[in-house]
Design a protein. Structure first.
Length: 647
């Protein structure tokens, strides 16, 4: 009997090893305390309250999370940006002079909106109430230091002594560490980077996160630090500080405009989640724009990679469904999501199949049964937490009333007409370590005008895409201009041909993952790191603000124009999840051959009649899968199939 029991024990673990990777095994057994072993899940205040949420409104939403969503794994409740800004006339996203800061230049909660923060308590009382509900408490923070603190020239706190920071025989202040030419691109009056080469700057960052831990914070969303605004040095220092703290704090990066897998690999081990898109709002274009980027990160094996004290996850941003407000608004929730039911299901299905963190954005005090059915769907949540081998499945066919089109690998040349957009130059910012960033050369024209051109060896661009160096002004330069010229020696303003006084700006105020090179990316020339570029000897073009390099691509297809997509994943019990997405503007019949699943699950040897399947959103059981699985999918809609297959 002992031998039988022992064999049964080893057989059980052998099955788990077959169906699960080592990480999923740890998740399934729940025997390890690793950080963020599953994609984090919770609620964030931004989509419904913008920046104006009050303590009462926040705790009311937290109570609903505890009562209705905690059992479904939603455990984080996060106060988004500007909780330190006074809600008074004149205050808005990029206003200056309305923040509440302490004597050390650190932002603290506005006591009018957060009354429990009075007398130096910060978020201590709010965190206690959240923890009492069985939840974890999170806050949004900005990069570096506030402009208000720099203007006030506050001293820097040394947390090891509890006194002002001293080094080299002198005290250090906010003006010593703030980098005014590296202001946050989308909040230039609010915050700027700090010079991480200085001990005082590192001491300031340590004082911030030590205070957050003292308040009882469990989650930090660090903004204006990734994508176009990448600052690896600050991310590294913050990650090191978080490792030193006794309190584990989940570390999230935002936003992710122009994020690439190559860029993410530089920081993924330092954090737990990182945005790979700009802000996602309740429009179909925003949802559709996530398909390419999620595919790319899955193909790069970034889903569930090593992270801070555990695991890291590419983040597709919050779920803007339910009761919302408007982007950049000074008002609270006042309208329903503009996404229809099919579009909401598509978003939730993609987020789950891509294993993105699930952060609901609607006002939970008005949580209706339909929205609840989407965000609490048990199959979607199972996929999000425990599925593996998640990737795009390209072997699909689409038909409509007019024609059928076999897509094979869905290469651009074989896509149906509605999946193809006009070619256009697209600028991506990527890590300068990426070999694809090489290809920029300098040319001097007959009129002595110098230009920097992108020349792809594949000759996709005819003529080559070029930007023009701005000529020095002939007027007498001011002292200020002379200092800037010295600072940016060897670097250039780059002009569009049709606008000789508009310079290429590396951090446009846009939410797109890929920036089309059009007039909106060129702004009036100024001495700003955003607009300074340097051509390196290795043919890379680096931006002074972000430290990222430009790469030009020929965008032949835009997912917003339509098309079909599919994703596949394996469940922890051996089931196969197959999703069909119809991004086009007409109803489509989407099909896949059962035998093609062998391409992504070669060990299964699937064939006709070996699988049964059901569709999740309709609940319909289709019985045995024959040679081909075909379903009609509404425009902007999806189908999610669960296949159970015999060996």
């Amino acid at each position: 009997m002992k031998l039988v029991s022992l064999l049964s024990f080893f057989f059980f673990f052998f099955l788990l090893f077959v169906f699960c990777s080592q990480r999923e095994l740890g998740e399934a057994l729940s025997t390890r305390g690793g950080h963020a072993n599953c994609p984090p899940r919770g609620w964030n205040s931004y989509d419904s309250f913008s920046w104006i949420i009050s303590e009462q409104e926040f705790l009311q939403n937290a109570e609903v999370v505890s009562r209705r969503l905690l059992g479904h794994g939603y455990q984080y409740v996060v106060v988004d940006f500007l909780w330190y800004r006074r809600k008074v006339p004149g205050a808005y996203t990029d206003s200056l002079g309305f923040d509440v800061i302490d004597k050390w230049g650190r932002v603290i909660p506005d006591p009018q909106r957060w009354p429990s923060s009075k007398n130096g308590k910060g978020f201590t009382e709010v965190a206690k109430k959240v923890h009492g509900m069985g939840l974890k408490f999170g806050i949004h923070v900005m990069r570096g230091i506030s402009t208000q603190a720099v203007n006030a020239n506050t001293p820097i706190l040394d947390v090891s002594t509890g006194r002002a920071y001293t080094e080299s025989g002198r005290f250090w202040y906010a003006k010593d560490i703030g980098l005014k030419d590296r202001a946050c691109a989308w909040m230039p009056h609010g915050f700027m980077s700090v010079d991480t080469n200085l001990g005082a700057a590192r001491a300031f960052l340590r004082s911030l996160y030590t205070q957050y831990a003292e308040w009882g914070v469990d989650f930090v969303k660090h903004d204006c630090i990734f994508g176009d605004d990448l600052n690896v040095n600050e991310i590294t220092i913050v990650s090191e500080v978080l490792k030193e703290l006794n309190r584990p704090i989940l570390y999230s990066l935002s936003p992710g405009t122009s994020a690439t897998p190559t860029m993410a690999k530089d920081v993924s081990a330092l954090v737990n989640m990182y945005r790979i898109t700009g802000d996602d709002w309740d429009s179909w274009g925003d949802v559709a724009a996530h398909f390419n980027v999620s595919r790319d990160f899955a193909a790069a094996h970034m889903i569930g990679d090593k992270g801070l004290r555990g695991t890291s996850w590419p983040d597709l941003d919050m779920l803007p469904i339910g009761w919302l407000t408007d982007p950049g608004s000074n008002d609270g929730p006042h309208r329903k999501s503009k996404l229809n039911l099919d579009e909401q299901r598509t978003q939730m299905t993609l987020w789950s199949m891509a294993k993105s963190p699930l952060m609901f954005g609607g006002d939970l005090r008005k949580l209706d049964s339909i929205t609840y059915g989407i965000i609490a769907n048990p199959t979607l949540l199972e996929i999000n937490s425990f599925s593996m081998n998640n990737r795009e499945f390209p072997y699909i066919t689409a038909t409509n009333d007019l024609r059928a089109s076999h897509l094979g690998f869905i290469t651009e040349s074989r896509r149906p007409k509605e999946m193809t957009a006009l070619a256009s130059h697209v600028l991506h910012l990527t890590s300068c370590k990426d070999h694809k960033a090489k290809g920029w050369v300098s040319e001097v024209l007959d009129n002595e005008l110098e230009r920097i051109c992108w020349k792809d060896s594949r000759r996709n661009y005819r003529p080559p895409f070029c930007l023009y160096k701005r000529k020095p002004l002939v007027t007498v330069a001011s002292d200020d201009e002379i200092l800037h010229k010295q600072k940016y020696q060897g670097k250039h303003h780059l002009l569009a041909l049709d606008s000789m006084e508009s310079c290429l700006d590396a951090s446009p105020k846009t939410k797109l993952t890929s920036q089309e090179l059009k007039s909106s990316l060129f702004s009036p020339c100024r001495w700003d790191a955003n607009q300074m570029w340097e051509l390196n000897i290795n043919e890379t073009l680096v931006n002074s603000y972000s430290g990222l390099c430009g790469v030009v691509k020929n965008a032949k297809a835009n997912v917003n124009s339509g098309g079909i997509r599919s994703w596949v994943a394996t469940g922890r019990r051996g089931e196969i999840y197959l999703s069909f997405f119809n991004l086009s503007s007409r109803k489509m019949v989407i099909s896949a051959k059962v035998s093609d699943l062998n391409r992504v699950h070669p060990w299964r040897s699937l064939h006709q009649g070996s699988c049964t399947y059901r569709e999740v959103w309709t609940g319909k059981d289709y019985g045995v899968a024959k040679e081909t699985i075909s379903l009609a999918v509404a425009k902007h809609g999806c189908a999610l199939l669960v296949l159970r297959c015999s060996p």
